[in-house]
Design a protein around this ligand. Structure first.
Ligand code: IPM
Ligand code: MG
Length: 355
């Protein structure tokens, strides 16, 4: 198969982890006979430094013309503590999601047999956790208007808006995923307080009869935040709005032991985007110590979701599991054992695929 992949390494550890995913993708291409072409673009703080724009047109054109985008991370501490900054790296990410029509963010949480003891939760709570969030990604309070300040600058406001259409398209993806999995769907909202949440709940209730094989549960977001660490095995597929999803998926990502491990996919249009859940981790940038597995597993999701190549995807997750079992790991999970460099883990995985 021919594949055009846009590479957006971004900021912080982004370039290092993307480089490892590229090694793995190239190895898969070689082994299975795929012709893979990469094109690189700037996004985030590095794009602001180079062009003044966190998502330059040139980058959008590269993405729009590709089959899939592999994205590293964005963010730079110099913007985090400057609430007055006019341009922010994060704006690049939000604009990219919107312009590419990526309305669904798929964020799984699963465990690795050799790592379950690393979880902050007790073993019996974590062993076998397998859940996936479908987070709405291009609506809600992240984009709603009006937003801003009053004239005196003493009041600020954001607006949470959802249309039925936006809810339906996201919810359908969740229902369909549940049908392929354990057939349990949880709609996460705050319908006891928020009008938008009541529309979510009503809309999901209307759709439910079309998916009679799926059991639907409705839970408030605060209760989910609690149950997610108390009994994560209770969940299969969860659907939720943009902001709730942002918060809960960070919480869910540490269940498996390290945030560096979890991949994600953003779907909704022809071009699909794949990125690790972790951020730019600026303290580690350039040190060759960051965990590349979340990005490598995002590349596995790319083969599966963007190209329908399940065998390729499985081979990547198999070699990742093997690297964990054999202790070919970066310092965040080395636990006093030998800590390998980011680049060494990438080399090892690529060699295993070809070996
Ligand atoms: C995420 C991130 C982004 C978000 C930030 C960087 C804008 O936290 O992808 O979860 O809030 O969506
Ligand atoms: Mg987030």
């Amino acid at each position: 198969m021919e594949m055009n992949i846009a590479l957006l390494p971004g900021d912080g550890i982004g370039p290092e982890v993307i480089a490892q995913a590229v090694k793995v993708v190239k190895a898969i291409g070689q082994k299975f006979g795929h012709k893979i072409t990469f094109k690189e673009g700037l996004v985030g703080a590095c794009a602001i430094d180079a062009t003044g724009d966190p998502y330059p047109n040139a980058t959008h054109e590269i993405c729009a013309a590709s089959d899939a985008v592999l994205f590293g991370a964005i963010g730079d501490p110099k913007y985090d503590n400057d609430p007055k900054a006019k341009v922010r790296p994060e704006q690049g990410l939000l604009r990219m999601r919107q312009k590419l029509g990526l309305f669904a963010n798929v964020r799984p949480t699963f465990t690795f047999p050799s790592l379950v003891h690393k979880s902050p939760l007790k073993l019996d709570r974590v062993d076998g956790v397998d859940l996936v969030f479908f987070r709405e990604l291009t609506g809600g309070i992240y984009f709603g208007e009006p937003r801003g300040r009053n004239e005196q600058g003493t009041k600020a406001f954001d607006t949470n808006v959802y249309s039925k259409e936006e809810i339906v398209r996201l919810a359908r993806m969740g229902f369909e995923a549940a049908q392929r999995r354990r057939k349990l769907l949880t709609c996460v909202d705050k319908a006891n307080v928020m009008a938008t949440s009541r529309l979510w709940r009503e809309t999901v209730q209307e759709l439910a009869p079309e998916y009679p094989d799926v059991k639907v549960e409705y839970e408030f977001v605060d209760a989910v935040a609690m149950r997610l660490i108390q009994w994560p095995k209770a969940y299969d597929v969860l659907i939720t709005e943009n902001l709730f999803g942002d918060i809960l998926t960070d919480e869910a990502s540490v269940i498996s032991g390290s945030m560096g491990l979890m991949p994600s996919a953003s779907l909704g249009s022809k071009v699909k985007l794949f990125e690790p859940i972790h951020g730019s981790y600026p303290q580690a940038a350039g040190k060759d110590i960051a965990n590349p597995l979340g990005t490598v597993l995002s590349a596995a999701m790319m083969f599966d979701y963007a190209f329908g190549l399940a065998e390729e995807a499985k081979l990547i997750s198999d070699v990742v599991n093997l690297s964990l079992a054999e202790g070919i790991v970066t310092e965040d999970i080395a636990e006093g054992g030998k800590a390998y460099k980011t680049s060494e883990v990438g080399d090892w995985l690529a060699a295993k695929i070809l070996g």
